[in-house]
Design a protein around this ligand. Structure first.
Ligand SMILES: Nc1ncnc2c1ncn2[C@@H]1O[C@H](COP(=O)(O)OP(=O)(O)O)[C@@H](O)[C@H]1O
Ligand SMILES: [Mg+2]
Length: 361
C-alpha cells in the first residue's frame, strides 16, 4: 500500500514537521509501505518528491527544504527530481495520507477538510477534532463542559483589545493572579506564548500573540509539573502510561523544546497510581470532548499536591523517535513501527466507517 506523507507546511512549526516526517517515513519503509512524500513549502506550494525507496538520512528532508525544492538528487534514498503540483493532484486510489504537519494549516482541520473532499483516508484526527483541538479557546470551553479542571483564563480578540485595552487588562487582573501566560488561540510549540508578571509585560505579550492569531487567551500561570498522555484509537480508545517533562526552567519555550533539546522525559512519570489513573481518565475524556479519532497527546499540569489541570490536546504531536508521543507508547508496549502501522489501520477503518454513512435522503 502507498502512503502519501505530507510534510513541511505553511506553519511556524514547519521545521518540526520535517524532523517528524523523516522518522515517520523511515518507519513506514520498515513496515513495508511504499512512501510518496509531498513537501509543502513555506509559501504553501506543494512539491511531489520521488517515491522513497531506502531509508532517509536524518538531514535529507532538511536539505531539500534548504535547496528549496528542485533538486532531490543528492539526498540519500531520493534519486530523481521533484515537481511542483496542484494539491488536488495527490488524489490516488488505494493510498492513505499521513499528514505529518504541525500547527496551523496542517493540524487545525484545514488539510483534513481538503482530504475529506478528495475522499482519501488520512491518519489522525478528523476536521472537528483538529480544529477544536488546535483552538485553545474552543477546546477550553469544551473541557469546561466535560468537567475537566483547568487553570483560570480570560479570552478576547483583536477588536476587543484595540477598542478597549484597559478593560481587558482589568479583566485579566481581576480574574487571574500573576504570572500570566499569554497565548495566541491557534498555534503550537510555544510560538507566540509569553510569561508575564505585570501589565506592561502583558501589553507587549498580547501584541506578540496578535502577530500569530486574532484571538488571544490569557491564563493564570501555575507552578507545576507538565505531564502528558498519549491517546490512540477511533471508537475503542486507549491511554498510554503518563510521562513527565523534567523541567529545567518554568517555561518551555520554542528554543528549549527544539533548539537546545534540554527537555528530558520521565516515562512513566513517578506519580501515585491513583493520580496517573486520574490523568489517563481525563485524557480520554478530553479526547471525547473534541471528538478525537486516530491519535492525540493530552497535556496536563500536575502540582506538588497532585492537583491536576488539563492544558491542551495536540492532535498531531511531535513524531520523531525521541518525541513524547511515540515514547509513551513504547513504554506502554507498542513500538514505533507498530504504532505507525496502527495509525494507518485506524485511518482506513475510519474511512470505511464514513463510507457506510448515508449521504442522500
Ligand atoms: N498556565 C500556565 N502555567 C504555567 N506554565 C504554562 C502555562 N501555560 C503554558 N505554560 C508553559 O508554556 C508552554 C507552552 O504553552 P502551551 O499552552 O502548551 O502552548 P503550545 O500549544 O504552544 O504548546 C507549556 O509547555 C508550559 O511550559
Ligand atoms: Mg503545549
Amino acid at each position: 500500500m502507498k502512503i502519501i506523507v505530507l510534510y513541511g507546511g505553511l506553519s511556524p512549526e514547519h521545521d518540526i514537521s520535517i524532523l517528524s516526517a523523516t522518522n515517520v517515513i523511515n518507519a513506514l519503509l520498515e513496515a513495508d509501505y511504499s512512501v510518496q512524500p509531498y513537501y509543502i513549502n513555506k509559501e504553501g506550494k506543494w512539491l511531489k518528491a520521488p517515491l522513497v525507496t531506502e531509508k532517509l538520512a536524518s538531514d535529507t528532508l532538511l536539505q531539500l527544504k534548504q535547496a528549496h525544492a528542485a533538486s532531490w538528487g543528492d539526498g540519500k534514498g531520493l534519486t530523481s527530481t521533484g515537481v511542483w503540483i496542484q494539491p488536488g493532484q495527490i488524489a490516488e486510489d488505494d493510498a492513505v495520507v499521513f499528514p505529518v504537519l504541525h500547527g496551523p494549516n496542517g493540524e487545525d482541520g484545514t488539510i483534513q477538510g481538503f482530504l475529506e473532499v478528495l475522499n482519501l483516508p488520512y491518519v489522525g484526527a478528523g476536521v472537528t477534532a483538529s480544529a477544536t483541538g488546535m483552538d485553545k479557546i474552543i477546546s477550553k470551553q469544551l473541557f469546561d463542559q466535560a468537567g475537566l479542571p483547568q487553570v483560570p483564563y480570560v479570552y478576547f480578540d483583536k477588536r476587543d483589545w484595540l477598542q478597549d485595552q484597559s478593560r481587558w487588562i482589568q479583566k485579566c487582573e481581576g480574574n487571574l493572579l500573576y504570572p500570566f501566560f499569554v497565548k495566541p488561540a491557534n498555534m503550537g510549540s510555544s510560538v507566540g506564548v509569553s510569561r508575564v508578571e505585570n501589565s506592561q509585560e502583558l501589553i507587549k505579550a498580547v501584541d506578540v500573540a496578535l502577530e500569530f492569531d486574532r484571538r488571544i487567551v490569557v491564563e493564570q500561570g501555575i507552578s507545576a509539573n507538565e505531564c502528558e498522555v498519549a491517546v490512540l484509537g477511533n471508537d475503542d480508545i486507549h491511554a498510554s502510561v503518563v510521562g513527565r517533562l523534567v523541567k529545567s526552567s518554568d517555561f518551555y519555550d520554542y528554543d528549549e523544546k527544539y533548539i537546545n533539546n534540554t527537555v528530558e522525559m520521565e516515562i512513566p512519570a513517578n506519580l501515585p497510581e491513583a493520580v496517573s489513573d486520574k490523568i489517563k481518565d481525563y485524557a480520554l475524556k478530553a479526547y471525547r470532548a473534541v471528538d478525537g479519532t486516530g491519535l492525540t497527546r493530552a497535556d496536563f499540569f500536575v502540582t506538588a499536591n497532585y492537583d491536576i489541570y488539563i492544558n491542551e490536546v495536540n492532535t498531531m504531536p511531535g513524531f520523531t523517535q525521541f518525541s513524547m508521543y511515540p515514547s509513551l507508547w513504547q513504554a506502554t508496549g507498542l513500538n514505533y513501527r507498530d504504532l505507525i502501522d496502527e495509525l494507518i489501520q485506524l485511518a482506513i477503518r475510519r474511512h470505511q466507517a464514513k463510507a457506510s454513512i448515508r449521504k442522500i435522503y
